[in-house]
Design a binder for this molecule. Structure first.
Ligand code: GLC
Length: 407
């Protein structure tokens, strides 16, 4: 009797196994195999990030990695950890505090729309660049914009320029790139915050209203590098006022906020933010050692005559970066606010390429180690990695997007 039962059971089992291999049911797709090609790798990660960012993408049910019935940013992090072979079980629901969009790699469209006027820095933001960037493996671009060059005395932004902005944002969306845009180089605000803060708020009122219906993949960054006379107290007050203003039209859009002293890492703990706003991301900029990254630079003080400074990837040099980033990570875990390393880069006029590649690799790897999204300064100008004439990449690109392996 027992034997017959065993026989029946083994026949049933063989059938299950046979059909199982012939018709893989959806539930059998391994968690994380988002494109159901039998592998779990960076392709799945890209697809999932695009899906979560609101792009029209088809993903398998297996994209719900944490099995909570939703496919969202938490799954992006789970997948990233899985690919990096971290122990996923160590993470809990708290992972929502990770970078919300699952964005990792970005690039600054520097010297374009933040120049005196577009083109004055040598480049216009051409749509074809966005295609190159998307195909090169980046998730998003940061677009610095000198809006203050396009306002009247009451702060009304020129309509023709806004139409240019509409085009740029739509071109990012068309190329499946996330986009952060900011108010960059508002020098008058840095010089005289009291007189100019109304203009700053007026600009955001218009921008927030105009772009309130843009998809979530469009992110607002309030101000580039608050500095000079815009001190900690004034900036904390103004930043909060600006967030409240934007929230009237954009209750859930991700906003990038920052600290003073040029978005210096050390000033992060001084930032005061509204409580209970779950859609804030904090940014810092990293250019240390400054004499290395800015040697030859004419626009920063004491750097134009510097040259021949190398970065050799010594333990001491690496530890310096790690220490700073580790502190930021601690702050981020304490506050639950995710981090974007919004700018980092080494100027190429006189610095040797080998050092620049070593430094860029180390900063990028350290950011990823602590789960910071990053955007390199910049695409094709003085710090850049792309030659728009020859349409070729220099070795900095490989430091940013490793060509071998799946990381
Ligand atoms: C800041 C400045 C930008 C400069 C960059 C590197 O973002 O606003 O103009 O090129 O840092 O120095």
């Amino acid at each position: 009797m027992c034997k017959t039962r065993f026989k029946i059971l083994s026949i049933v089992l063989s059938f299950v196994l046979l059909f199982g291999t012939l018709f893989v049911p959806t539930s059998a797709i391994a968690p994380g195999d988002v494109n159901y090609d039998g592998k779990i790798n960076s392709r799945d990660s890209l697809l999932l990030r695009q899906f979560v960012a609101g792009f029209d993408r088809h993903v398998a049910k297996s994209a719900d990695l944490n099995n909570d019935g939703k496919i969202n940013a938490a799954d992006v992090l789970w997948l990233r950890l899985k690919i990096a072979k971290h122990d996923i079980s160590a993470y809990t629901e708290e992972i929502d505090a990770s970078f919300p969009k699952g964005w990792r790699r970005g690039v600054n469209m520097g010297n374009m729309l933040e120049a005196e006027s577009e083109g004055a820095g040598g480049y216009r933001l051409e749509d074809e660049y966005l295609k190159v960037i998307a195909e090169a493996g980046f998730d998003f671009v940061r677009v610095p914009v000198r809006f203050s060059a396009y306002i009247d005395s009451s702060g009304n932004i020129d309509e023709t320029f806004l139409q240019r902005m509409d085009h740029v944002l739509n071109a990012c969306i068309d190329n499946h790139l996330g986009v952060i845009f900011n108010i960059h180089h508002f020098d008058a605000l840095m010089e005289d915050p009291q007189t100019n803060k109304e203009l700053f708020l007026k600009m955001w009122e218009q921008l927030a209203s105009r772009y309130q219906h843009m998809p979530d993949s469009v992110v607002f960054e309030l101000l580039n590098e608050p500095s000079r006379n815009l001190d900690v107290d004034q900036w904390n007050a103004l930043q909060k006022e600006c967030i409240a203003l934007i929230r009237k039209t954009n209750p859930t859009r991700d906003l990038i906020v920052t600290g003073t002293n040029y978005s210096n890492a050390g000033n992060l703990p001084l930032i005061e933010l509204p409580e209970n706003d779950k859609h804030l991301i904090v940014t810092f900029h990293y250019y240390e050692p400054f004499n290395f990254t800015h040697q030859g630079a004419s626009w920063t003080s004491g750097t134009s005559d510097l040259s021949g400074i190398t970065w050799n990837n010594t333990k001491e040099e690496r530890d310096q970066i790690d220490w700073t980033f580790q502190n930021i990570k601690a702050w981020s875990e304490e506050t639950g606010i995710p981090v974007l390393l919004g700018e980092f880069g080494a100027y190429g006029l006189v610095a040797d390429m080998e050092s620049r590649v070593r430094w860029t690799t180390c900063v990028r790897e350290t950011a990823e180690k602590y789960d910071f999204a990053w955007s390199y300064w910049e695409f094709c100008s003085g710090f850049g990695f792309y030659d728009t004439q020859t349409k070729t990449f220099n070795p900095i690109y490989n430091a940013l997007v490793p060509q071998k392996g799946e990381n």
